[in-house]
Structure formats: structure tokens, C-alpha cells
Design a protein around this ligand. Sequence first.
Ligand code: ATP
Ligand code: MG
Length: 346
Amino acid sequence: MGKIMLTGDRPTGRLHVGHYVGSLKRRVELQNTGEFDDIFIMIADAQALTDNADNPEKVRQNIIEVALDYLACGLDPEKSTLFIQSQIPELCELSFYYMNLVTVSRLQRNPTVKSEIQMRNFEASIPVGFFTYPISQAADITAFKATTVPVGEDQLPMLEQTKEIVRKFNSIYGDTLVEPDILLPENSACLRLPGIDGKAKMSKSLNNCIYLSEEPDEIKQKVFSMFTDPTHIKVTDPGKLEGNTVFTYLDAFCRPEYFAEFLPDYANLDELKAHYQRGGLGDMKVKRFLNNVLQAELEPIRNRRKEYQKDIPYVYEILKKGSEKAEQVAAETLRDVKEAMKINYF
Ligand code: ATP
Ligand code: MG
């Protein structure tokens, strides 16, 4: 059996560097190795509506923003199918049948759902659609018979839930669905990149992001406002790395060649960290280095984004073609599912 990748993002805002290191960069690398028979990249607008029902315009407008971010990062429509979730009605039908395989208490125990309910102050009034989104995510993944789902750590409980649905379906109705594997970032700093406030994970909903489309002066300003070690006051003070966002970002973004280019006094990140811990290295110097690193990483992405931005109808055309292809594949899976369930009466 071949390898099939599925992953995606909610169009609730432009994509940020957390998405990039958590999932996007890996997708592009895997796309370019050619090891996948098929790659599906979904803009999850229907899922975004589960907690933005009163703001459909925000979701609508961000579809193109996310698509531009994809293309800017190097997702290639010749190699990857980029599509819009709501254009694939088969996904709803699959969700409808999967709902019977999951209990309310199992959904309540899903740790990501729990923390997202808290974050959105939904405790007393959870929209049913939001509560059940892990089931619709299982439909998204299984519709494309995905074997591999490259995502950040917050998605682990979703993948667990999907696997359970697959096992339950296959055990009742016979082998039909494919069990997917999660592919987490190898670099632990990228599993859940913190926001520039150093608190929670970087998230569109928390206003603590550096966006992929950010202009150079905005990047600089955000880097210089970053949280470091509050006890590292004088340059001579020893500094802590733990919880120090600037070093977490260096772990996530720094490449060895950046030392020769921007900070030739140090051979590598370990030397820089050791100096900081000993004392004698100021926050400003480290922030200046991180700024250079991020500018170097983001400049080509921003420039490519501006090119695609000049031809928005072309970007919609890519999404239309991708959605058409995605629907054909999802329709095949739905046929298999209904056949397995013996509800193909005519
Ligand atoms: P929202 O606040 O609307 O949920 P989000 O910023 O959490 O937005 P999603 O669209 O939910 O973004 O996530 C898309 C993908 O990016 C998922 O694979 C998720 O694991 C990954 N991701 C999001 N934020 C981070 C982060 N800070 N670090 C690593 N990966 C992340
Ligand atoms: Mg999220």
C-alpha cells in the first residue's frame, strides 16, 4: 500500500511561524522527497466555523490568506492537492456515520477539546459542532485513506481518536478504513512553539504570533519584545535557558551556517547557550542574532507570497482544481464505507 499524506489548517488567520516549524516545513520537505503517492492539504473552513459561526466573513477571507501562505512556503500544486474542506460534502456524510462510533464521554475526555473549550470560554455553552470536531477530523483523514499526518503535538489526541474510530469501524463492518500515523516534529522546540509572550503555544487566537507574512520591522519589534529570563538583569548575571523564549526560538529556527554569517564569535548554539548560562552575554546580543535568523528564514517566504498575491484568481483556480480532485477521492471512500455498512440499497 502506498503512502498518503493529509494535513491542514483552519482559516482563522494568516499562518505563523508555529505552523511553519510544527507542520508546514515538514510537509514541504516530504512533498519534495517524492515518497508520497498522494498529498492532500486541506483548508479547514468548516472546522473553523465550529467556533466562528458568528463570523463567517473572517473564515471566508482567511481561506486565501492560508492558501498564499502555503504557496509561499513551497507547497506545489503540481505535487500536492490543495483544497477547501467545505467543498467536499462527502466529509459530512462520513462524519455522520462515525458519530455513532464515539461516545459523548470519550469526546469529553479529549484533552485538546478540553483545553480549547476553556480557552474559548465555552464551558457553559459548547456548540455541538465544536464538541464533535474530532469526529469530523477523523472523516477528513480517513476520506483520503491517509497513512501519514504531519502536525504539531496538540493534534496527538485527535489522531488517537481517529485511530479508535478506524478500529471500531473496521471491527464492526470489515476492513475498510486506513489507520493513520501522526508525524510529530523531530525537534522538540517545534512540537508546540510558544508565543512571543512565552506563555501558551503560539496561536492565532491568542495574539502572540509572528506571522509568515510579517514585514521586517514588525519581526524585529516582536523579537525585541520577547520574554527571556527575568532574573538575568545585568549582562554579567548568569542566565537561564529554561522557559527562555528567545532560546526556544533559536532551537527551532537556527541553522549552523547562521553563526558564520551573523555571529562568528561562536561556533554553534551550544557555545552561545553555555556563555549565557555562565553570565557575560546580554539579552540584546542574543535577540539581535535571533532577529537575523528569523529575517533570513522569512524573507524568501514573504517575497514568494507577494508574487502569488499579484494573481489571486490563479490561487482560487488552484483551490478549485484541488477541491475537485479531493472530492473524487472522498466519494470513492464514501462508496467503500456505505458498501461495508451495507447501506447501498439501490
Ligand atoms: P486556532 O487558534 O484557530 O486553533 P492555531 O494557531 O492553533 O489556530 P491550527 O489551524 O489549529 O492553528 O493548527 C494547524 C496546524 O499547525 C496543526 O498541525 C497544529 O498542530 C500546528 N500548530 C499550530 N500552532 C502551533 C505551534 N505553536 N507550534 C507547533 N505547531 C503548531
Ligand atoms: Mg488550533
